[in-house]
Design a protein around this ligand. Sequence first.
Ligand code: FES
Length: 100
Amino acid sequence: MNKPVIAPYKHHAIMCVGKSCGENMPLLKSLKAKVKEAGLDNDIRVNRAGCLGVCEQGPIMVVHPEGVWYYALTEEKLDRIVEEHFKQGEPVKEFSFHGV
Ligand code: FES
């Protein structure tokens, strides 16, 4: 059997860095730094996407396995998402499209 090439992450966060979301590489880098700072880099996989198809309220990030869609992201929102969703397992309902 082949050795796994990826860890069994608890969450997979995919942040849009597309044009309509402001091409927000700084926000993506900031999220990666916050995850690492929180000691969660073995639990949370962070990737980028070119466009997630819901551009009007960007920056957008979807987090699996729950399928929580966060919108209009800011540094302050990322702080709470890292603390509450990634650390404590409770999605930040007020920041998501569907309130889940
Ligand atoms: S450019 Fe971000 S959702 Fe489309």
